[in-house]
Design a protein around this ligand. Structure first.
Ligand code: IVH
Length: 688
């Protein structure tokens, strides 16, 4: 008996360690990579389980446990490359919120508060938190949450949000330090526009507006940040000797002082009022321009907040109620298959239409064969559809078979479901599919004549970051493709005005515009032409690096695996894809036709790399801090085109550090200990 108990103990201890690892990794993917793999609901459930287990095993307590610290969005903390922003310590730690999906727990929380308590209810915005510092009325820093103790200063990106005041009224300049916290968000509309562009440019899509906002705020290019259109709602004001004795008063003041504060705030005096607020917004939130994932309840009186205090990770005076993910049961009528630009075949669930989060859902992705097998779903099954943080609705499971059969025979899955077999040939061109070792996807290998692959490659070629041919959108490409006027990217350059003008919805004017775009594309520089060719895994940045090393297509065509992998960011797989591309006769003939059309297949003599020196040859340079004359990206380019190598971390191999203002203290310390010299911005420019 004793043995059995200690076995259980051991199992629970193992589970604690496994959960810690899993939650740490989920935090990293969520906060650093902006590419979550676990749903919020699963994350919260696992966190709960870990908390319970740690309570049962106090001997396993650890300050490093994810139950004891907030997830970190600091790139360096996760070992990822590059320190893009200066990090600063928060004046007040930036905590997380306790949360629950259960109304009973909300009731429980409220019941433990003092009898005369007032509770402020607010929307829980689903973006990323920001801390704005105002020193004597001027906005001086804007920190991300980071690890809760230190954050990245993303001031220049925050300054693109016009609703955030840069300078407060003169009467407020006597306040030495004022901090406003809130949420940075990308409205649904901007998020959808951004993802459409990313799709056209073959960049990975953001799963939800939160990830998009977070990825945007960490960009180095503030113009791009401005273009994407972030917004913010502020929900917490703190500092010393500020006016107001309640949270609500402070928010009202903040609004009067010109800060963007939401109107969806209510001071509640009873649990009923709180529940009303929750019920109202659970429905109304679907009409809001931004994503919300719950309601935040905060004790209104600051003196009571102080009495309640904090745990290591969360305030005791606030809690979040999270809305349940909306899900619906419906029938999976048919599994169909979609072929993407790269030939990947994705199974799609065609459903009996159901209403979900305000939209009618009829199709959902089934990802790949393994996913379908794991859920063991078949055509005819009753399945659960959810719209969580992700854009595309997903199937999360099937109704258990005992519940499936109702008196209505049509909805009985046992009777009507058909065993599942993934297709073996391409639904578009009939070619037998292949499955690459280690990949979950089946792929159509017919790159040269499979229609969606051909059309997809043309769409990529004309997209904004590639050849940027205005007017040639997806629909026009479809049209010209169906008419047999466009089979491949080189055909674009043989299009005649009358070919376009005679299409429905087109006239002379629009045809002329498209032709002008095509003509202009002949001046697009070599690096972008290389990206436009659509070689597998050669994205925009990689194409730039390759084009810098191989300044013409002739040299690239004969490049060896070793030469290619010597380029930063080019691994063996990419190198092999490039080699394979030039071994394919069809591609060679395409390139020849494009060359005859007059495209740029070599670095133009006026471009910087052709005229650059080898001044920095053999030098490894680390960039740190902020600069006056050029952006960090420009300095990276300058280093490379003068023959040097840019590296993100200081080591004994570092030749020197290009040190700007506010250089990171860690880097400075490391440089000192290794004796790596610092070179100022002016000294560096003189060097060149
Ligand atoms: S109050 C100490 N209010 O939710 C007070 N947070 O899961 C802490 N959030 O990190 C925050 N809407 O990013 C507060 N109205 C709101 C909020 C809100 C969204 C976010 C915030 C926080 C996270 C906790």
């Amino acid at each position: 008996m004793m043995d059995l108990f200690s076995d259980i103990d051991q199992m629970e201890r193992d589970e604690i360690l496994a959960l810690r690892r899993e939650l740490d990794e989920a935090n990293r993917l969520y906060y650093v990579e902006n590419a979550p793999t676990m749903s919020d609901r699963d994350f919260d459930a696992k966190m709960r389980r870990l908390q319970d287990l740690e309570k049962a095993h106090p001997e396993m307590a650890s300050a490093q446990s994810p139950t004891q610290h907030v997830g970190s969005d600091l790139a360096d903390a996760a070992g990822s490359k590059g320190e893009h922003f200066v990090q600063l310590a928060h004046r007040y730690p930036m905590l997380s919120l306790g949360n629950t999906y259960s109304k009973e727990e909300i009731q429980d929380w409220v019941s433990k508060l003092p009898a005369d308590v007032e509770i402020v209810c607010e929307l829980k915005y689903d973006g990323l938190s920001i801390s704005l510092w105002y020193e004597h009325g001027r906005l001086t820093h804007a920190l991300t949450r980071g690890d809760g103790v230190r954050g990245d200063d993303v001031l220049r990106n925050i300054q693109t949000i016009s609703a955030i005041p840069q300078q407060l009224d003169a009467s407020l300049s006597q306040i030495p330090f004022l901090e406003l916290r809130g949420e940075v968000l990308l409205p649904w509309r901007n998020f959808e526009r951004l993802n459409q562009e990313r799709e056209a440019n073959e960049e990975p899509l953001f799963a939800n507006p939160r990830n998009a906002a977070s990825g945007t705020l960490k960009l180095l290019d503030s113009d791009e940040v401005r273009r994407r259109g972030l917004i913010t709602y502020l929900y917490y004001m703190l500092g010393e000797q500020l006016p107001g004795t309640t949270h609500y008063e402070r928010l009202t003041l903040a609004r009067d002082w010109g800060f963007p504060v939401s109107d969806a705030i209510r001071v509640c005096h009873s649990l009923d009022e709180v529940m009303d607020f929750i019920a109202f917004w659970d429905v109304q939130r679907k009409t809001l321009p931004v994503a919300t994932d719950g309601i935040v309840l905060k004790v209104n009186r600051l003196s009571q907040q102080q009495q309640l205090g904090y745990t290591a990770k969360t305030p005791r005076w606030a809690i979040a109620y999270k809305f349940p993910a909306e899900k619906q049961l419906t029938t999976l009528r048919k599994i169909t298959y979609q072929v993407g630009r790269t030939g990947v075949v994705t199974p799609v669930a065609n459903l009996d239409p159901v209403q979900l989060s305000g939209t009618m859902v009829q199709r959902a992705t089934l990802h790949n064969e393994d996913f379908i097998r794991q859920l063991s779903i078949q055509e005819g099954d009753r399945v659960w559809v959810e719209k969580g943080g992700e854009i595309i609705p997903k199937i999360t499971g099937k109704e258990s078979s005992s519940l499936t059969c109702s008196s209505n025979a049509a909805s009985c899955s046992e009777a009507s479901s058909k065993p599942f077999h993934f297709i073996t040939t391409c639904p578009e061109c009939g070619t037998p599919l292949v499955r690459v070792d280690g990949e979950a996807a089946w792929r159509c290998p017919n790159t040269s004549t499979c229609p969606p692959q051909l059309k997809g490659r043309i769409e990529h070629f004309v997209s904004r970051k590639a050849m940027n041919i205005d007017g040639l959108g997806q629909e026009t490409i479809d049209l010209l493709f169906e008419q047999g006027l466009l089979h491949d990217i080189a055909d674009i350059y043989s299009l005649r005005k009358e070919d376009i003008a005679r299409q429905e919805g087109f006239g002379d004017k629009s045809a002329e515009k498209i032709l002008a775009g095509i003509e202009a594309s002949k001046q697009i520089p070599w690096a972008r032409v290389l990206f436009a060719l659509g070689i597998r895994m050669v994205g925009e940045t990689t194409a730039k690096k390759i084009a810098r090393r191989f300044t013409s297509i002739e040299t690239l065509q004969w490049a060896t695996l070793e030469q290619l992998t010597a380029i930063d960011d080019v691994g063996e797989q990419i190198a092999q894809n490039i080699i394979d591309y030039f071994l394919d006769e069809h591609n060679l003939s395409l390139v020849l036709r494009l060359r005859q059309a007059g495209l740029q297949f070599q670095e133009s003599p006026s471009s910087p790399s052709a005229t650059a020196s080898q001044t920095l040859s053999g030098k490894t340079i680390v960039i740190s801090g902020t600069f006056l004359h050029h952006s960090r990206d420009e300095y990276k380019d300058l280093i490379e085109i003068h023959g040097g190598r840019n590296s993100s971390s200081v080591s004994a191999k570092t030749s020197f550090i290009l040190a700007g203002d506010n250089m990171g203290p860690e880097k400075r310390k490391k440089a000192e200990s290794l004796g790596v010299p610092l070179v100022s911005e002016d000294e560096f420019l003189q060097m060149l």
